[in-house]
Design a protein around this ligand. Structure first.
Ligand code: SF4
Length: 272
C-alpha cells in the first residue's frame, strides 16, 4: 500500500462542498491539514468510513508543530516540578492554594500543580501554558519600574521583534480599528487600567498578563488622511522576570483570545 504524499490524493475522496464542518473552511485545506497531522480524516462527516480507513493506513504520521509544543510543555513541566512552591510564590507575585501556585493572568487565576500541570476555567493553549511555566522558572521577582520600552529593545528579542510587530501589534491594531468599543470593553474586563503618558496616544492602557510583567498598549485612532497606530510596550524590568520568546507567545495568546471573543460577541459574528 503506497504512502500518500500529496494532499490531492486525499482531496479526491472528499465531498468538495467546502462546507466547513470539519473545522477547516475548504476541502483542500482539510486535505493538507490531514497530511500534516493537524486534522484526522474522521473530522469530515461525509467521508465514507471504509474509504476513511483505507486512506488512514496510507498516511504516515509526521511530527507536527503540536507535537513540538507538547514536548516543550513536558520539558518545562519537569523543571517546574522541581521547584519549592512556597519559596517561589512571593517572587512570582503568586499565592499558594492547597499546595498549588495560583498565578493571576489578566484577572483570572491559573493554578500550577506541583507536577507542573495547569488548571483554569479559561481555555488553555500553548500560548498561555508555555509563558506561564517559563515565568515560574525565570522570574527573579523584579518589580516593574514604570519605564516603558519597545519589545525589540529587550535582551534576546531581536530575532522575534518582526514577529511581535506583525503577529501581535498589527492584528491588535486591526481589531481595534474594526471593533473599537468591543476591544476596549474586553480590555477593561481583563483589568486594564487607563494611564496618561506624555506620548500622546488617544488610549493608553496597562494590562497584567503576569503579575510582574505588565504590558502598556498605546492606540492612536485613525484621523483623516492618517491610519491608526498601535504599539505594545514592556516595562524595562520584564527581561528579569521572563524571556523575550515567552513574552511574544503571551502577546500572541492574548490577541488570539481577543479574536475568539470578538468572533463570538461582535454583532455580525465577523472579525472584519
Ligand atoms: S467537512 Fe468534509 S466536505 Fe465539508 S469542508 Fe470539511 S472536508 Fe470538505
Amino acid at each position: 500500500m503506497s504512502e500518500i504524499k500529496n494532499p490531492l490524493e486525499i482531496y479526491a475522496a472528499l465531498a468538495k462542498t467546502n462546507c466547513g464542518q470539519c473545522g477547516v473552511p475548504a476541502c483542500m485545506a482539510f486535505a493538507a491539514a490531514v497530511l500534516q497531522g493537524q486534522k484526522q480524516l474522521v473530522a469530515c462527516p461525509y467521508l465514507d468510513p471504509a474509504v476513511c480507513g483505507q486512506l488512514s493506513q496510507r498516511i504516515v504520521r509526521r511530527r507536527s508543530l503540536e507535537d513540538d509544543h507538547q514536548q516543550a510543555i513536558q520539558t518545562l513541566q519537569r523543571e517546574v516540578a522541581g521547584l519549592d512552591f512556597s519559596l517561589v510564590a512571593p517572587r512570582l507575585g503568586a499565592r499558594l492554594v492547597e499546595g498549588n501556585l495560583a498565578i493571576n493572568c489578566l484577572g483570572k487565576d491559573f493554578l500550577i500543580t506541583p507536577s507542573g500541570q495547569m488548571v483554569s476555567d479559561c481555555h488553555l493553549n500553548h500560548w498561555i501554558y508555555v509563558p506561564l511555566l517559563h515565568y515560574c522558572l525565570l522570574c527573579k521577582g523584579k518589580k516593574p519600574q514604570g519605564e516603558w520600552v519597545p519589545y525589540a529593545t529587550l535582551p534576546g528579542a531581536a530575532e522575534w521583534s518582526q514577529y511581535f510587530s506583525h503577529r501581535c501589534e498589527e492584528p491588535l491594531r486591526q481589531l481595534a480599528d474594526a471593533h473599537r468599543d468591543l476591544v476596549f470593553e474586553l480590555l477593561h474586563l481583563f483589568g486594564a487600567k487607563p494611564v496618561t503618558l506624555s506620548g500622546g496616544a488617544d488610549h493608553s492602557l496597562v494590562i497584567l498578563p503576569l503579575p510582574k510583567v505588565p504590558f502598556l498598549i498605546n492606540y492612536w485612532e485613525p484621523e483623516e488622511g492618517f491610519a491608526s497606530k498601535l504599539n505594545i510596550l514592556l516595562d524595562r524590568s520584564a527581561a528579569e522576570n521572563i524571556n523575550a520568546q515567552a513574552i511574544n507567545l503571551l502577546a500572541r495568546g492574548i490577541i488570539e483570545m481577543f479574536r475568539q471573543l470578538i468572533l463570538r460577541h461582535s454583532r455580525d459574528g465577523k472579525l472584519f
